[in-house]
Design a protein around this ligand. Sequence first.
Ligand SMILES: CC(C)(COP(=O)(O)OP(=O)(O)OC[C@H]1O[C@@H](n2cnc3c(N)ncnc32)[C@H](O)[C@@H]1OP(=O)(O)O)[C@@H](O)C(=O)NCCC(=O)NCCS
Length: 274
Amino acid sequence: MTIADIPLGLKLARQAGWNQIETDWRRFLTMQPDGCFVGELDGTAVATTAAFIFGPVAWIAMVLVDIDSRRKGVATTLLKHALEFLDGQGVKTVRLDATAAGQPVYEKLGFVPEYPLSRYVGTPKPSPKSAALMLPPTIGRQLKAIAAFDCEMTATPREKMLARLFEESPDLTRVLYREGRVEGYVTGRRGANATLIGPCIATAHAGPVLLNEALSRCAGQPVFIDVPRDNAPAIEIVENSGLTVQRHFTRMCRGARIQDHVEAIWASSGPEKG
Ligand SMILES: CC(C)(COP(=O)(O)OP(=O)(O)OC[C@H]1O[C@@H](n2cnc3c(N)ncnc32)[C@H](O)[C@@H]1OP(=O)(O)O)[C@@H](O)C(=O)NCCC(=O)NCCS
């Protein structure tokens, strides 16, 4: 896939009702130019996928097949190609967030379910708990410390992705420190249908503060937020803000299992980036 294929990516995302915009496709192509692929059927481009390598871990995302070309093996062929690419790069673990439509395709390729996430949608109410503790990060100096904290919690070295997200949406980014140490952060991105809040990775102390603040900052606007079902305090905060479940994703894994801390994931980054 190249920049010239972005219109295809946008068309397929719109067709599936997904939230990604051109900025997202540009980020994918910048982060992993050799990992984004287009699938063709009889010479016509009809499908996309994007794979990102974060050290030993990779994410697969944006598996989209044109509605008229489905159930012909296009996604399976494209995924096999992406997995071959990742295996060739020495990746040990491949993860993704599957929709209900995608899950059976991934299972046949050796992915196993890890845990469920719920996609919440709605227009948050302002939260009385919103605090004035947050500082928008001056990315240059703080990125390393934030990325190290993120890696400790997610077991995935995602600095290149976080750098892009912070740069794209400084207004949605907040970091919380205690005694000079990163306790958590939240960021987000604008989308075609709503603002996606996430990732929000934080300790038990910082998570509620950051999540409430992010929801409050987006009060009155449509938002999406993907929360692991196993993070009960996060679910409670999101439901109290007035959001409701639209659908579920299943986080899946192929290869070596990695130990992320689900209790520290207050909002995932969205299905295209974990
Ligand atoms: C999910 C999605 C990517 C699957 O794409 P696809 O190209 O239809 O997938 P495949 O054709 O490889 O496999 C789908 C099914 O068709 C079957 N199939 C494959 N080749 C076939 C053929 N020649 N004839 C009939 N069926 C065939 C597969 O066995 C599979 O069956 P299953 O659903 O019972 O497991 C597509 O439906 C889509 O874009 N959905 C919307 C976006 C989405 O949810 N993406 C997944 C994100 S996680």
